[in-house]
Design a protein around this ligand. Structure first.
Ligand code: HEC
Length: 151
């Protein structure tokens, strides 16, 4: 009987852990995916700013529009409590995020503003991209320095 209870408890723990990790799978994938979309479009614009790829007003505008679109995603559901890098595998979200939500939101607001400034100029010419992109990149770094676990 004792063995049975111990076994049942162990099974419950294993199942409980699996369900727990499963609950966070989609929000973690979603937030990492949105950052990947940011990085891809930053790369497209960065190539044009450096002159590594030819400036194309339409492509530049599409990239900037995509960055702005990401900033319009409601972030709340992507950051459930307990989905930090100390609690689960597969994420680099620092626990400090959940202790400093107003600051994190304000950093996301800085990203949003810089993205809109980039969107306003991306289609106007190659020279306009560099400065706007530099400003946007600064807002990525400001958040990563505080809230993303180093690799
Ligand atoms: C408000 C905070 C914040 C801002 C602003 C921000 N990031 Fe992040 N970023 C994070 C956090 C936190 C993670 C870790 C997410 C995770 O692993 O769950 C992350 C992860 C990433 C990743 C890795 C995604 C993956 O596949 O694991 C990339 C790439 C990235 N960010 C790019 C960017 C770029 C580019 C910008 C700016 C255009 C940006 N981020 C702006 C907080 C931010």
């Amino acid at each position: 009987m004792k063995t049975f209870i111990a076994l049942a408890a162990a099974t419950a723990t294993v199942l409980g852990t699996a369900a727990y990790a499963q609950d966070f799978k989609m929000p973690v994938q979603a937030r990492q995916g949105q950052f990947a979309v940011l990085a891809i479009n930053l790369g497209i614009l960065g190539g044009m700013a450096r002159g590594a790829t030819e400036y194309d007003a339409e492509a530049a505008q599409a990239a900037a529009d995509s960055i702005v679109a990401v900033t319009m995603i409601n972030q709340g559901p992507l950051w459930p409590e307990g989905s930090d890098s100390m609690s689960i595998d597969g994420t680099r979200a620092e626990p400090a995020i959940w202790e400093n939500l107003p600051d994190v939101l304000s950093k996301f607001g800085d990203l949003t503003m810089a993205a809109q400034e980039l969107q306003a100029v991306a289609g106007t010419g190659q020279e306009a991209i560099g400065p706007a992109l530099g400003k946007l990149g600064g807002t990525c770094k400001a958040c990563h320095d505080n809230y993303r676990t180093p690799e």
